[in-house]
Design a protein around this ligand. Structure first.
Ligand SMILES: C=CCCn1cc(-c2nc(Nc3ccc(C4CCNCC4)cc3)nc3[nH]ccc23)cn1
Length: 312
C-alpha cells in the first residue's frame, strides 16, 4: 500500500529524523486504551533534571505482525500531516532493538471530546459546538486534499486542545486512496465501528471521502448530544434494530434500517439547520452527500445566524 504512487506524491516523511530515546521517556499515566493498544502520558526528559516536556505516546499492543505493519503506516500517515486541526506528530521511539516502536505526539491536556463534553456541558453552547464542528470539518478537508480517507471519524477520536480548539487525534484506520480510484476497498474489516459507517461501507467495505462525510454526520449527532451515553449512536441504533429481528447479523440489520430510511433522531434542543446538515451527510446515495468544504461553509453560515440571534 505504501508503494501506492499517492504516497510518493507526499514526498519523504520526517519519520526517519525525529527519534526519542526510550531511556529518557518517563511514564506518568495512562491516557487511553483501545483495540489498537494504549496511549500514555510521558515526560521526555533527556537532561534528567525534570525540565522535559509532556508527550503522548501511543504503544501498539504486542500482537500479530500485521498490526505492526498497520502501525508503521499509521506513523507514516501522521508524520506527513500538518494542520492545526490534526494532532501533531513529534517522532518515534524504538525499543527492544528496533523490534518495537512507539508513536510520540503532542499531549493535548483536555483529553477526548467525549469526556470533555460529559464534564463541561455547562461550558459548551451551540456556538462552541459549531466551532468544534467547523474545526473537525477543516481537518477532514485537509486530510481529503492529500487523498486520505479516515474511516474512523468519531467523537472518541477527537481530542480537545483548549476550550476553543479540537483536533483529529487518531489515524489508526486511515488509508490513502490509490490515484486511479475514488474509493478504498477494505479486505479485513477487523474491529469495525459499524454504527459510524455509511451503508456502502457496511455492505461493500467501500470507503471514500463520501463515507467519511457520513461519519462526520454521526460526529455532529454526538456533539449536539453532548456525547450523552443515553443518545450514543450504538445504543440508539440497537434500540431500533432490536424491534425488527429478521436478518442474522447486526450489520445486516443496520444496513436494512438505513435502506428503509431510518436515521438517528434529532438530539434534544438541536437547531433544525444542524439536524438538516446531519440528514444531508446521511444521504443513502453517496453522490448526493455534501463535501467537507460545503459543510464548512454551511456551518459558518449557521454560526453567523447564531451570533445574530444571540445579539437579539
Ligand atoms: C484519540 C483517541 C484514541 C486514542 N487516544 C489518544 C489519546 C490522547 N490523549 C491526550 N490527552 C489526554 C488528556 C487528558 C486525558 C484525561 C485522562 C483521565 N480522565 C480525564 C481525561 C486523556 C487524554 N493527548 C493526546 N495526544 C495524542 C493522542 C492523545 C487518548 N486516547
Amino acid at each position: 500500500d505504501t508503494e501506492n504512487p499517492a504516497w510518493r506524491a507526499l514526498g519523504p516523511s520526517q519519520q526517519e529524523q525525529a527519534g526519542f530515546e526510550e531511556r529518557h521517556l518517563r511514564y506518568i499515566s495512562l491516557l487511553g486504551k483501545g483495540n489498537f493498544g494504549s496511549v500514555e502520558l510521558c515526560c521526555y526528559d533527556p537532561l534528567g533534571d525534570n525540565t522535559g516536556e509532556l508527550v503522548a505516546v501511543k504503544k501498539l499492543q504486542p500482537s500479530k505482525q500485521s498490526s505492526m505493519d498497520d502501525f508503521k503506516k499509521e506513523v507514516k500517515t501522521l508524520s506527513v500531516l500538518h494542520s492545526e486541526y490534526i494532532v501533531k506528530y513529534k517522532g518515534v521511539c524504538y525499543s527492544m532493538g528496533r523490534l518495537s516502536m512507539s508513536l510520540v505526539m503532542e499531549y493535548l491536556p483536555y483529553g477526548s471530546l467525549i469526556g470533555y463534553l460529559e464534564n463541561n456541558r455547562h461550558k459548551v453552547n451551540t456556538r462552541r459546538m459549531l466551532l468544534f464542528a467547523s474545526q473537525i470539518c477543516k481537518g477532514m478537508e485537509y486530510l481529503q486534499s492529500l487523498r486520505f480517507v479516515h474511516r474512523d471519524l468519531a467523537a472518541r477520536n477527537i481530542l480537545v486542545a483548549s476550550e476553543s480548539l479540537v483536533k483529529i487525534g487518531d489515524f489508526g484506520l486511515t488509508k490513502i486512496i490509490p490515484c486511479n480510484k475514488e474509493y478504498y476497498r477494505v479486505t479485513q474489516p477487523g474491529e469495525s465501528p459499524i454504527f459510524w459507517y455509511a451503508p456502502e461501507s457496511i455492505t461493500e467495505s467501500r470507503f471514500s471521502h463520501e463515507s467519511d462525510v457520513w461519519s462526520f454526520g454521526v460526529v455532529l449527532h454526538e456533539l449536539f448530544s453532548y456525547c450523552d451515553i443515553n443518545s450514543n449512536p450504538k445504543r440508539l441504533f440497537m434500540q431500533e434494530i432490536g424491534h425488527n429481528m429478521q436478518t442474522p447479523s447486526i450489520s445486516l440489520h443496520l444496513a436494512n434500517i438505513l435502506k428503509n430510511n431510518w436515521r438517528l433522531p434529532a438530539p434534544p434542543d438541536c437547531p433544525p439547520k444542524v439536524y438538516g446538515m446531519m440528514k444531508e451527510c446521511w444521504q443513502y446515495n453517496f453522490t448526493e452527500r455534501p463535501c467537507f468544504s460545503l459543510l464548512g461553509n454551511q456551518i459558518e453560515v449557521i454560526m453567523q445566524d447564531e451570533r445574530d440571534n444571540f445579539k437579539g
